[in-house]
Design a protein around this ligand. Structure first.
Ligand code: SAM
Ligand code: SF4
Length: 322
């Protein structure tokens, strides 16, 4: 079992397979970065898998593949198969913007993927295009349908933003409710890569919008899910991810690995260590030691607002996998 310096059990590894993306979301990667990490600096799938194995052997039971846009990296289904075949019962999931799902869904399901989280911020063509800075909605909806058709379990992520998609939260909730997909509204997390037009809605505002049409009750928090769940009178459950709340970090159970092999204990914390050399040298003991060291260094709380609330992350979400 992996435990951090504050006694939190860590059983969840998020692996970013690429920082590249085919969208330019206002809140994440509004402009193409000045340079990408050169391909030769990325770990291969075999190398990433070596570290995933170490992590699973040490106590990780949940692995999420993310990015950037993970489906942009060729052969992702091979990586998924490696993990799915390694140990039965590993909770393996993928976070994607769904744009490439129409062609990829079947391959992913065949490789052993069972669950995906898709980002869906609007159901209006022009609003989705404004957020992603590309005409994406029709293809995204086709992608979600393709995933559903091959039996993938779907959850939807939405980042509500003032004056952009805040008039659509009920429509988004209903789109998901009709299809049986849980939706989670994520409070916008300030970061210096986002544009100035990205201004988030806090949890209370999101709840007030939903209250205009639905009664709901707050559910007890379960396990280490980052989402605070709420249940409508008809039983449908939606969630709000509230990283601005004081207790958000108390149940944090995750660490992040970037595509170039950097192990990050917290999104809003600058320290990290590379497992690249250890993995390339096939030094599994060293990789396990680095993993434990990074966990020992995991901060009690994120460091984004400890001063005056204006501190933001210098690390990009597309780099760490959100
Ligand atoms: N490209 C994939 C996608 O969009 O689902 C996976 C990577 S993306 C970085 C992972 C998640 O981070 C998405 O759900 C996205 O909405 C969320 N995200 C990105 N930037 C964010 C921000 N500034 N605040 C809150 N959530 C953010
Ligand atoms: Fe790309 Fe996902 Fe970031 Fe949007 S949120 S720019 S889809 S990585």
């Amino acid at each position: 079992m992996l435990v951090d310096g504050y006694g939190r059990k860590v059983d969840y590894l998020r692996v970013s397979v690429t920082e590249r993306c085919n969208f330019r979301c206002q809140y994440c990667m509004p402009e193409k970065p000045f340079s990408w990490v050169p391909k030769e600096n990325l770990l291969s799938y075999e190398e990433l898998f070596k570290f995933v194995k170490v992590s699973i052997d040490e106590g990780i039971s949940k692995v999420r593949i993310t990015g950037g846009e993970p489906l942009l990296r060729e052969g992702l289904e091979n990586f998924i198969k490696m993990i799915a075949d390694y140990k039965e019962g590993i909770d393996l999931a993928l976070t994607t913007n769904a744009y490439l799902l129409p062609a990829a869904a079947q391959k992913l399901a065949d490789a052993g993927l069972r669950r995906i989280n898709v980002s869906l911020d609007s159901l209006k063509d022009e609003v989705a295009a404004k957020i992603a800075q590309k005409d994406v909605l029709k293809t995204v909806l086709k992608g979600i349908q393709a995933a559903s058709d091959v039996g993938l379990k779907i959850k939807v992520n939405c980042v509500p933003m003032k004056g952009i998609n805040d008039g659509e939260l009920i429509d988004l909730l209903e789109y998901c409710k009709e299809r049986g997909y849980p939706i989670r509204f994520i409070e916008y997390m300030e970061n210096k890569h986002a544009t100035d037009i990205a201004k988030g809605l806090n949890s209370e505002t999101i709840q007030n919008i939903i209250k205009e049409k639905y009664n709901f009750k707050k559910l007890e928090r379960s396990g280490s899910s980052p989402s605070q769940d709420y249940q409508l009178d008809d039983g449908y459950i939606f969630g709000i991810i509230e990283p601005h709340k004081d207790d958000f970090c108390a149940t944090c159970n995750r660490i992040r690995l970037t595509a170039s092999g950097v192990l990050i204990p917290c999104l809003y914390f600058e320290d990290s260590q590379s497992i690249k050399e250890a993995i390339k040298a096939n030094d599994i003991d060293k990789a396990a030691l680095i993993l434990k060291d990074v966990l020992a260094n995991k901060p009690e709380k994120n460091k984004w607002s400890e001063e005056d609330g204006t501190e933001t992350s210098s690390r990009a979400f597309y780099e760490t996998g959100g």
